[in-house]
Write a protein that binds this ligand. Structure first.
Ligand code: GRF
Length: 208
């Protein structure tokens, strides 16, 4: 049984997508052991409660250094025996200690086709605003392993989504979630759970 820890900061629709895929049997031998939010009062925490998943709020500002924050997150996840960490809309920065502790065992969902519209500052609605400002016809979502920089880790899966002429950032954000994020995040978890992801340098080889 793969024990998953999910990091959230907001609405938790990506968390919900994983919960649903465990429930409907698409994700086998997986359990979400704990959900950690960087913010109090977010709906993702309510989703955890509704689904009987133990949760905690561990805000960055409660710690004076990133090292202490990393250590608190590691303590929490290790106490639940977490073997895969999923960043599902998590807005705090993780430090070197955390990333090294779970090397190639942390995955993140980004709402754009990396290396476009990503990196520092590209979170929430911003990747969609920038995609519309640039005038791209296609955007999408990316699931990748987390390394020491923002959105630079080896790419696991990507899915393209068409941009429409009358899109607003909010409309585009919703379509990217529905058509890409909620599909490729559980798919990446499944590939990980099946032991089919092999990282070779920058590339992730998906074994048959
Ligand atoms: C998603 O768009 C995700 O790609 C981004 O933050 C958003 C989180 O949404 N990193 P939710 O909390 O899963 O609803």
């Amino acid at each position: 049984m793969l024990k998953i820890g999910v990091l959230v900061s907001g609405g938790g629709t990506n968390l919900q997508a994983i919960v649903d895929k465990i429930r409907d049997g698409y994700l086998k031998d997986c359990v979400i052991s704990t959900v950690v939010s960087s913010r109090a009062g977010v709906y993702a925490l309510e989703r955890a409660d509704k689904n009987g998943i133990p949760s905690a709020c561990i805000p960055r500002k409660s710690f004076s250094s990133i090292e202490e924050y990393d250590a608190a997150l590691i303590r929490h996840f290790d106490s639940y025996g977490v073997k895969l960490v999923v960043m599902a809309g998590f807005l705090s920065i993780l430090g070197t200690g955390f990333v090294k502790h779970y090397e190639n065992r942390i995955i993140n969902i980004h709402p754009a086709l990396i290396p476009s519209f990503c990196g520092k500052g590209f979170y929430g609605i911003i990747p969609h605003q920038k995609a519309l400002e640039y005038g791209v016809k296609v955007t999408g979502a990316t699931v990748h392993f987390v390394d020491l920089e923002a959105d630079t880790g080896p790419i696991i899966l990507q899915k393209a989504v068409c941009v429409k002429e009358d899109d607003t950032p909010e409309v585009l954000q919703k379509r990217v979630m529905e058509e890409a994020e909620w599909e490729i995040l559980p798919e990446a978890v499944r590939l990980f759970a099946e032991g089919r992801l092999v990282v070779k340098g920058r590339r992730v080889i998906i074994q048959k």
